[in-house]
Design a binder for this molecule. Structure first.
Ligand code: ADP
Length: 267
């Protein structure tokens, strides 16, 4: 194993609780080297799932958090100046293609469309990546797979993936886990009892009903874990929920009242 590969290798099994047959489906997609899109709201387990799959498939994982300032060079690589002149530095996508990693582009829709198109030749039969500035064409390692995440809730007509990008991927839909599974996850990850985790999940269920009625998204599994972790550190339930669940979500006084009321119902 090369040093680079070892650096991206996931040594320890990540905790992942399967929700809906996604493990087997992803394995089949990987066997076919199908580029994959994982869709769903923030904090519902998409990144954890990909970490788990990389561990399970024994592949290194190169993750990139995408943003709107990202350029194609940030993914592919660039020449850097050092004391001996210029030196080529691979970007994360190039590294992943060379070492046969799973490359996870998180929230790829945040990136500009001229950045997104650089992934196209990697997602079809060519499985190649042209490094235009360097004048090199890389053929992806046989084990390489591209995975992108996508939150359909945030999309507007202005900011969406092009059809020519979307149609290069298989897709798995993610949502918040069912109640029992979510309780198990929150209890496991934060260390609170199933009883407390159940109350946190009940608050989240209320908030998810407010989606579209003043909230853009409901409370995520991630936020429930934060609230549980604060309680585990000795913070009282109301303060923990205020800090981890209500305050980050909204500045609207009415919405805060509605969320505070949900918290008050259960704690
Ligand atoms: P996303 O990538 O969808 O924004 P994450 O994968 O970061 O969300 O999930 C947030 C947290 O929720 C994770 O760190 C993990 O603790 C927990 N989580 C969510 N779903 C699961 C699951 N099915 N199994 C285990 N942990 C989960």
């Amino acid at each position: 194993m090369s040093n680079l590969e070892a650096q991206y290798r996931i040594e320890k099994e990540p905790y992942y609780r399967e929700v809906n047959g996604e493990v087997g489906l992803f394995e089949a997609a990987y066997a076919a080297r199908l580029p994959m899109m994982v869709k769903g709201p923030t904090g519902c387990g998409k990144s954890r799932f990909i970490e788990y799959m990389a561990w399970r498939l024994k592949r290194p994982l190169v993750s990139v958090a995408c943003n709107e300032d990202m350029t194609a060079s940030d993914l592919v690589g660039r020449f850097l100046l050092d004391k001996d002149g210029t030196k080529w530095q691979d970007g994360p996508l190039t590294t992943a293609a060379r070492i046969g990693a799973i490359c996870y582009l998180d929230e790829v829709v945040e990136a500009r469309q001229d950045t997104t198109v650089v992934i196209h030749p990697l997602t079809d039969h060519r499985r190649s990546l042209p490094l235009d500035k360097k004048g090199e064409l890389i053929h992806a390692h046989a084990d390489f797979q591209l995975v992108i995440s996508y939150n359909p809730g945030y999309q507007s007509a202005m900011k969406d993936l092009k059809q020519s990008t979307k149609q290069r991927f298989g897709a798995l839909d993610f949502s918040y886990p069912d109640r029992e599974t979510e309780i198990e996850i929150v209890a496991h990850e934060s260390g609170v009892s199933a009883d407390i985790a159940g109350k946190l999940v009940s608050i989240a269920e209320r908030s998810r009903n407010l989606k579209g009625h003043g909230l853009d998204e409901g409370l995520s599994t991630r936020m429930l874990i934060y609230a549980g972790s604060l309680m585990k550190k000795g913070v009282d339930a109301l303060s923990a929920c205020s800090m981890a669940l209500v305050r980050p979500m909204t500045d609207d006084p009415d919405m805060r009242d509605a969320l505070d009321a949900a918290v008050g119902t259960f704690f």
